[in-house]
Design a protein around this ligand. Structure first.
Ligand code: NAD
Length: 298
């Protein structure tokens, strides 16, 4: 098996890269944070000196797992970027959540060097990254997808090709829109129950198997009742995703009023210093708005 390049070793990248090592792949890795690189080197990976160096040392596939569009652009096109070390026939698989239009433009630049690109953002947090059970949504050419599918399946329970380059990012944005709006709906409903002196936990038990039931309700309502907002998925990352949602929808004249509203709620939470809390902390927003506590024992 040829060596895989892996750039971006944060909360998600470390367990994803470790799963590839556990599956028998050899890795060459890079991150600007030396402590993160060390975690992988001690697990058996080779240290790369820059994204260009990783690309030069990697075989067919180079994976990136970075915060957002500017970092992916820097790693691909920057001074020591992948573009300066890659060669024809390689595939860059960007698994970060970034703006779809940026994915498409990076794919165009790489294509000029004979390098293919797939966008392959993931759903599921650190726990699923550790278990190798992420949902991976991929955009790009089907023949390129077939070449990397086995590698992706070592990190995800589901690996779906959803369309051309950028379609994976669009799918991820849709996911984030639905999740954020759903959590806000849970918080809004539960705060009405509390204002009406009906116990939110009993409302939850009564409605969870009906049409209002959802994974968001199951995961986030109990957090609100317990005041448990440790991440999970941080407010700061969800704001970043909403920023990409609104930039994308506005660029094509598609209206997304609910997303705009939930983004504002999250920005308000971040402004109060809650940006590192789980996005379930929309419960706190509604507590303040309606002067109630959703917690059970208060
Ligand atoms: P993170 O901030 O923990 O990790 C990002 C890593 O990229 C860091 O180690 C950082 O040092 C590195 N980095 C930043 N700029 C760099 C550069 N120029 N060169 C090399 N390395 C650089 O983020 P994360 O939580 O691992 O998330 C990564 C991506 O996955 C994000 O796009 C996020 O939205 C998405 N995502 C995260 C989760 C989650 O629960 N954390 C879930 C699904 C998707």
């Amino acid at each position: 098996m040829s060596k895989i390049g892996f750039i971006g070793l944060g909360i998600m990248g470390v367990p994803m890269a470790k799963n590839l090592i556990a599956a028998g792949y050899s890795l060459v890795v890079y991150d600007i944070a030396e402590a993160s690189v060390e975690k992988l080197v001690s697990a058996g990976a080779e240290r790369g000196c820059s994204p260009a160096d990783v690309a030069a040392k990697a075989g067919e596939v180079i994976i990136t797992m970075l915060p957002n569009s500017p970092q992916v652009s820097e790693v691909v096109l920057g001074d020591n970027g992948i573009i300066h070390g890659c060669r024809g026939g390689q595939v860059v698989v960007d698994m970060s959540s970034i703006a779809p239009l940026v994915s498409r433009s990076l794919g165009g630049a790489l294509a000029e060097r004979g390098v293919e690109m797939l966008d392959a953002p993931v759903s599921g947090g650190q726990e699923k990254a550790e278990k190798g059970t992420l949902a991976i949504m991929v955009g790009g050419k089907s023949e390129v997808f077939e070449r990397v599918k086995d590698i992706l399946s070592k990190m995800g329970a589901s690996v779906s090709l959803v369309g051309e380059l950028g379609a994976g990012q669009i799918t991820k944005l849709v996911n984030q829109m639905i999740v954020g709006i759903n959590i806000a709906a849970v918080a809004e409903g539960m705060s009405l129950a509390k204002r009406c002196v009906v116990e939110p936990r009993r409302v939850f038990e009564a409605i969870r198997k009906g049409l209002a039931g959802s994974q968001c309700l199951e995961d986030k309502a109990p957090r609100m009742f317990e005041g448990r907002y440790d991440p999970g998925f941080r407010i700061a990352l969800h704001i970043k995703d909403y920023w990409n949602v609104l930039e994308t929808s506005r660029s094509i004249g598609s209206s997304a009023p609910l997303s705009a509203q939930v983004a504002e709620m999250m920005i308000a939470l971040a402004g109060e210093g809650n940006d590192t809390l789980d996005h379930g902390a929309l419960g706190l927003y509604y507590e303040k708005l309606n002067g109630v506590s959703l917690r059970e024992r208060e």
